[in-house]
Write a protein that binds this ligand. Structure first.
Ligand code: MTE
Ligand code: MO
Length: 376
C-alpha cells in the first residue's frame, strides 16, 4: 500500500477520499479562528504523501537554456532573509457539492471548507530565482514550473506552473515556505518546502517542492493542462477540449455561511438570528462588503467584519470573517439564508449555479444558500 506511511490526521477531518487523502473539517469550525489550525486545514492530495528527510532535502532550480542546475539545501533556504505572509489557500473545487445538484460533475464532493487561512514563512521565490541567475528581462522565459516529489506508480510527479511575472514581482509575495502558522509545515501540507502563490488557486501551491524550472512554456503536467480549467455550461465530456481553456490562476470572489449549517435549528433572539461566515477573493483583492438576506433578496443586510487583515489590494491575500444579525419573519418555521460578497474590483458572486455549471465543478462561487429551522 503506497499510502501506508501517510501521516495521522485529526478525527474532525472527514475524508472525501481516503487514498489519496482528501478531507475538510466541518464548516462551523472555520469561523472559530482567523488562522485555521494546521490540523483542521483541508487536505487535498493527489498521491501518497512522500517521506522526506530534511537533512537530505534538495531543491533543484533549472533555467532552460543553461546547462547547470542550482541546488539549495533546506539549511541554505532557512538561512536566507525570510518573509511571513498571511494567505488563504482554496481548492478550485471548493463548494463543488452545490454545483453537482444542478447536474453531476466529475470531482471530489467538496463542501464549503476546502479553504483555509494561515501564516506562511519562507524565502521569497524571486530572491532564489535571482541567485540562480534568472534574468528578468529575458523574454524567452514566461513561466515558472514547480514539481513535487510525490509521484504516481509510473514515477510521474505532481506539477503546476505560474506566469513568471507573479514570481518575479515584489508585490506577488510568492514564497518558498517552510513554516505554516509558526511551525514547520506539517507533512500533509508540504513538509519541508511548499510554494505559496497567494491569490492563486490551491493547485499551483505545489507541496513537497523538489524542482523549479524557469521555462518558455507552462508545466506539461496533467494538472496544468487537463484539469483545473473552466468551461461553458454546454461543454460536455464528448466536446471538451482542454487546450482551449486557460489554466485557472487567480480565483474569483467567493463566500460561505459557516454558522449555522444547513438543516440546523437556530434560536431567534429579538426577532433576529446570527449568521457567520468567510469571504475571500483571488488576485490579492480585498473583500469590501458581504450582503446577507433571509427573505430571498427582498432585504439585504450588510455583514460586519469580525476579522480582516489590513493589507491593501492587490496584496490582500487573507480571507475576511464576517457576521450578521438578520431579522426573520415572526413565527416562520424555517428560512433560507443567502450570502454574497463583493471584492475591491467590485466583482461579485453569480446568483445561481445553472449558468456557471462546468463539467469539472470548479469555480463554484454562486450565492451560498443555507436553509435553517427556527426556534423562538
Ligand atoms: N502539491 C503536490 N505536490 N501534490 C498535490 O497533490 N495538490 C494541490 C496543491 N499542491 C497537490 C499539491 C491542490 S489541488 C491543492 S487544492 C492544494 O495543494 C491543497 O493544499 P493543502 O492540502 O495544504 O490544503
Ligand atoms: Mo485543489
Amino acid at each position: 500500500d503506497p499510502y501506508s506511511s501517510d501521516p495521522k490526521r485529526h478525527p474532525a477531518l472527514k475524508p472525501a477520499s481516503a487514498k489519496p487523502f482528501n478531507a475538510e473539517c466541518p464548516p462551523s469550525f472555520l469561523v472559530e479562528s482567523f488562522y485555521t489550525p494546521n490540523e483542521l486545514f483541508y487536505v487535498r492530495n493527489h498521491l501518497p504523501v512522500p517521506e522526506i528527510d530534511p537533512e537530505n532535502y534538495e531543491l533543484e532550480i533549472y533555467i532552460e537554456g543553461k546547462d547547470k542546475t542550482r541546488v539549495f539545501s533546506l539549511d541554505e533556504l532557512k538561512k536566507m532573509p525570510k518573509q511571513t505572509i498571511t494567505a488563504t489557500i482554496m481548492c478550485a473545487g471548493c463548494r463543488r457539492s452545490e454545483m453537482t445538484k444542478v447536474k453531476p460533475v466529475k470531482g471530489l464532493n467538496w463542501g464549503p471548507a476546502a479553504i483555509g487561512n494561515a501564516t506562511w514563512t519562507g524565502v521569497p521565490l524571486r530572491e532564489i530565482l535571482k541567485l540562480a541567475g534568472v534574468n528578468e528581462d529575458d523574454a524567452k522565459h514566461q513561466h515558472i514550473q514547480f514539481e513535487g516529489v510525490d509521484a504516481d506508480v509510473t514515477g510521474k510527479m505532481y506539477g503546476a506552473s505560474i506566469p513568471i511575472w507573479k514570481a518575479l514581482d515584489k508585490r506577488g509575495d510568492v514564497i518558498l515556505a517552510y513554516e505554516m502558522n509558526g511551525v514547520p509545515i506539517p507533512r500533509d501540507h508540504g513538509f519541508p518546502i511548499r510554494v505559496i502563490v497567494p491569490g492563486v488557486v490551491g493547485a499551483r501551491n505545489v507541496k513537497w517542492l523538489g524542482k523549479i524550472v524557469v521555462a518558455k512554456d507552462e508545466s506539461d503536467s496533467h494538472w496544468q493542462q487537463n484539469d483545473y480549467k473552466g468551461f461553458s455550461p454546454s461543454t460536455d465530456w464528448d466536446t471538451v477540449d482542454f487546450s482551449k481553456s486557460p489554466a485557472i490562476q487567480e480565483l474569483p470572489v467567493i463566500s460561505a455561511i459557516c454558522q449555522p449549517g444547513g438543516g440546523d435549528t437556530v434560536q431567534v433572539q429579538n426577532g433576529r438570528i446570527t449568521v457567520k461566515g468567510y469571504a475571500w477573493s483571488g488576485g490579492g483583492q480585498k473583500i469590501v462588503r458581504v450582503d446577507v438576506t433571509a427573505d430571498g433578496g427582498k432585504s439585504w443586510h450588510v455583514a460586519k467584519f469580525d476579522h480582516q487583515d489590513s493589507a491593501l489590494p492587490p496584496k490582500h491575500w487573507a480571507w475576511t470573517l464576517w457576521s450578521a444579525e438578520i431579522p426573520v419573519e415572526n413565527n416562520a418555521k424555517s428560512v433560507e439564508i443567502w450570502a454574497k460578497a463583493v471584492d475591491s474590483c467590485y466583482n461579485t458572486q453569480p446568483e445561481s449555479f445553472e449558468n456557471i455549471w462546468n463539467l469539472r465543478g470548479v469555480l463554484s462561487n454562486a450565492y451560498h444558500r443555507v436553509r435553517v429551522y427556527l426556534k423562538s
